[in-house]
Design a protein around this ligand. Structure first.
Ligand code: SER
Length: 317
């Protein structure tokens, strides 16, 4: 049966590239995007678009009734740094939004849904290096707490109701087609824009703050691969660790300066430093590799070259 794919909250960093890839895979006419406001980006002009707030359960029902999706990607959420400023709203959006969407899937017979988790499920007591899939999970950010609770619900909805939820723990995501908003890893995207604009950048994280990162192309491929893998291969029903590369601001600056001589980096750490320090530095993703053949393509060097090449081209047109 041909899929009808509904993407909720696609106007953020992941959704813009995910929708483009889903349009290629299923045809633009079989993809429906829905967000609280419509983005002007070309990709959203090619498919149906519904204005929808995931907190509005009855409107979700209307959109499901109208488009009859067979597959749902639920991306709408508040990221770590913004969530710390608005913890109650973050909790409601991240949790109630999820319940509303999962319940709509059950009510409307949608069998498969993707929901993103994050490295933010780990906390200060988790191992920092090669953090395993199963370990101490004591997040101390509201974003991390909501993602951990969300993961438990994913497993619960699968075991109790048979909803085939697919999920991965995104690291910091870096792409040239869209900008992040409100995350702790956002510096690793901003740096490329400012490097090309002014050959300098002021990092809001300290030089040696290593974090797990991933090129957006890898992240979108992982998202589609985990969602489309045969159900029996998905052995982890909470959310999979996935790893791309790991670096800190100082080594990213050093790599960038190989291609932009004279690039200078300053440091003005802010409240996001504390969030970053509570997260792992690198991730062990052997379960994803074994269960659904996950394999990243971009290491740090390839990521830097790709970002600079594409942004330079975009900025010169
Ligand atoms: N990139 C996200 C953030 O910084 C982590 O999931 O909030």
């Amino acid at each position: 049966m041909a899929e009808k794919v509904l993407v909720l909250g696609p106007c953020g960093q992941v959704g813009t590239e995910l929708v483009e890839n889903l349009q290629k895979l299923y045809g633009s006419q079989n993809v429906i995007a829905s967000d609280i406001r419509k983005s002007e980006q070309d990709v959203f002009q090619r498919s149906s678009f519904e204005i929808l707030d995931v907190m509005d359960k009855s409107r979700i029902g209307d959109v499901f009734t109208k488009h009859k999706p067979t597959l749902v990607y639920h991306l709408a959420a508040m990221l770590s740094a913004t969530a710390e400023a608005k913890p109650k709203l973050a909790w409601s959006l991240n949790m109630d939004g999820m319940f509303n969407v999962f319940d709509a899937c059950l009510e409307h017979g949608v069998k498969r849904v993707f929901w993103p988790s994050s490295i933010a499920v780990f906390g200060p007591t988790s191992p920092k290096l090669n953090t395993p899939q199963t370990t101490v999970l004591e997040p101390n950010t509201i974003y991390g707490i909501s993602k951990l609770a969300g993961e438990r619900y994913c497993e619960y909805y699968f075991r109790r109701y048979g909803l085939d939820v697919r999920s991965i723990r995104y690291p910091g995501l870096i792409g040239w087609k869209s900008l992040p908003g409100g995350g702790t890893t956002d510096y690793a995207v901003e740096i490329f824009h400012q490097a090309l604009d002014s050959n300098s950048y002021t990092s809001f994280l300290k030089p040696a703050t290593s974090l797990p990162m991933m090129h957006m192309e890898d992240a979108v491929r992982a998202t589609i691969e985990v969602t489309n893998a045969p159900s029996e291969q998905i052995k982890i029903r909470s959310s999979y660790n996935i790893s791309g590369c790991s670096f800190d601001p100082a080594s990213l600056a050093e790599e960038i300066s190989k291609y932009l001589p004279g690039f200078t980096m300053d440091y003005a750490p802010d409240h996001r430093q504390q969030i970053a320090e509570s997260w792992p530095q690198s991730i062990d993703d052997k379960e994803a590799r074994a269960d659904w053949a996950w394999q990243p393509k971009y290491d740090t060097q390839a990521l830097v070259i790709n970002m600079l090449e594409n942004l330079r081209r975009l900025k010169s047109t």
